[in-house]
Design a protein around this ligand. Structure first.
Ligand SMILES: Cc1cc2nc3c(=O)[nH]c(=O)nc-3n(C[C@H](O)[C@H](O)[C@H](O)COP(=O)(O)OP(=O)(O)OC[C@H]3O[C@@H](n4cnc5c(N)ncnc54)[C@H](O)[C@@H]3O)c2cc1C
Length: 309
C-alpha cells in the first residue's frame, strides 16, 4: 500500500496546475493525476490572447507545458494517468488509478467540463480552425466576417450578442422554434440588427477549403429541405458536460452534474475540494479556472492544518 498523501489533485488544466503549484510551494508534496487529456482543454487551441502575462499571445499546448514545468519545479508529482473512481466513505480517501490504489487526506477535483459538439460531418477537421465552442475565447479572430451560432439557450443568445462586436453578421441557428433562453436574452438577440435567427434548421455538414471554414449545409428539421449558408466562423453553444461521472454520486452536484461548492471551494464531503470548469457554469475561462485552483489549494491547506496535522 502506498503512503498516505496530503493532497491528490485530479486533472491537469489551469485549475489543477495552479492548485499543484500552490500546494507544492506549501510543501504538501501534492500528487496529480493528469488524466486522459494531459494539459486539459487548452491543448486543443492554438492561440490564447486573454491569459495575462503573454503580450504576444501564446499557443495552448505551450502555455500548459509552462504551467506544468512551473509546478513541477516546486515539487508537484505528475502521473499521466486517469482516475477510475474514488472512495470517500472513510478517511483517508482512496483514489483508484489504472488498477492501483492511492490514499490521501485531501482531494482537489479539477476535471473540467467538455463542450458538447454537434458531430456534423467535417466537424472534427475544423475544430479550432473556424469552429469553436467559446465566443469569449475566439470571437476576436472573426473581425469583419460572417459567423453562425448554433443553439437555443441563454449561452447561444449571449454568444451571438457578444459576437456582434466583431462580426458583420451573426446567424443564429436553432432546430426548433421554441427557445430555452430567457425572454430577455432572446429578445436582445432577436432585436439586434446584426443578428438573424433561423429556426427549424440543423447543421448537416461543414464546408471548408484550404484556408478553413467556408460555410455549412443546413437541413430543415420539418421538411428535410437542404440549403447552404456561408460563414468563416461557427460557434456551437449547445451546452457543456462536466466530467464527474467517475465520482459515482459520492459528491453533491447540480442536476447537470456540476460539483456544488458548499464552503468556499469545499464540496459536500469535507476534505474534498473542487475548482475550475467542473464547478463553473458561468465563466469557463483559463484565468478563472486558475484562480479557483489557487483558492482550492489554499482551502485544502487550511483544512489539513485544522483537521489532520
Ligand atoms: C478549443 C478551446 C479554446 C479555448 N480557448 C480559451 C482561451 O483562449 N482563453 C481562455 O481563457 N479559455 C479558453 N478555453 C476555455 C478553457 O480551456 C477552460 O476554461 C479551462 O481549460 C478550464 O480549466 P480546468 O482546469 O477547469 O479544466 P480543463 O482544462 O478542462 O482540464 C480538465 C483536466 O481533467 C482531466 N481529467 C478529466 N477526467 C479525469 C480523470 N478521471 N482522472 C484524471 N484526470 C481527469 C483531463 O485530463 C484534463 O487534464 C478554451 C476551450 C476550448 C475547448
Amino acid at each position: 500500500m502506498s503512503e498516505v498523501r496530503n493532497v491528490i489533485i485530479i486533472g491537469s488544466g489551469p485549475a489543477g496546475y495552479t492548485a499543484g503549484l500552490y500546494n507544492a510551494r506549501a510543501l504538501l508534496k501534492p500528487l496529480m493525476f493528469a488524466g486522459y487529456m494531459s494539459g486539459g482543454q487548452l491543448m486543443l487551441t492554438s492561440d490564447i490572447e486573454n491569459f495575462p502575462g503573454y503580450p504576444e499571445g501564446i499557443g495552448g499546448p505551450e502555455m500548459m507545458m509552462q504551467l506544468r514545468e512551473q509546478a513541477e519545479r516546486f515539487g508537484l508529482e505528475v502521473h499521466d494517468k486517469n482516475v477510475e473512481r474514488i472512495d470517500t466513505s472513510s478517511s483517508p480517501f482512496k483514489v483508484y488509478v489504472e488498477g492501483e490504489e492511492f490514499q490521501s487526506h485531501a482531494i482537489i477535483i479539477c476535471t473540467g467540463a467538455e463542450a458538447i459538439w454537434l458531430g456534423a460531418e467535417g466537424e472534427s477537421e475544423q475544430k479550432g480552425r473556424g469552429i469553436s465552442t467559446c465566443a469569449t475565447c475566439d470571437g476576436a479572430f472573426f473581425r469583419d466576417q460572417e459567423v453562425i451560432v448554433v443553439g437555443g439557450g441563454d449561452s447561444a443568445m449571449e454568444e451571438a450578442t457578444f459576437l456582434t462586436r466583431f462580426a458583420t453578421k451573426v446567424t443564429l441557428i436553432h432546430r426548433r422554434d421554441v427557445f430555452r433562453a430567457s425572454k430577455v436574452m432572446y429578445d436582445r438577440a432577436l432585436n439586434h440588427p446584426k443578428i438573424e435567427i433561423l429556426t427549424f434548421k440543423q447543421v448537416k455538414k461543414w464546408l471548408s477549403d484550404e484556408n478553413g471554414l467556408t460555410g455549412a449545409v443546413l437541413e430543415d428539421t420539418q421538411s428535410g429541405e437542404v440549403s447552404e449558408i456561408s460563414c468563416s466562423g461557427a460557434f456551437i453553444a449547445i451546452g457543456h458536460k462536466p466530467i464527474t461521472g467517475f465520482l459515482e454520486d459520492q459528491i453533491e452536484t447540480d442536476d447537470s452534474g456540476y460539483i456544488l461548492a458548499k464552503d468556499f471551494t469545499m464540496t459536500s464531503v469535507p476534505g474534498i475540494f473542487a475548482a475550475g470548469d467542473v464547478v463553473d457554469t458561468r465563466y469557463r475561462q483559463a484565468i478563472t479556472a486558475a484562480g479557483m485552483g489557487c483558492q482550492a489549494a489554499i482551502d485544502a491547506e487550511r483544512w489539513l492544518e485544522d483537521n489532520i496535522h
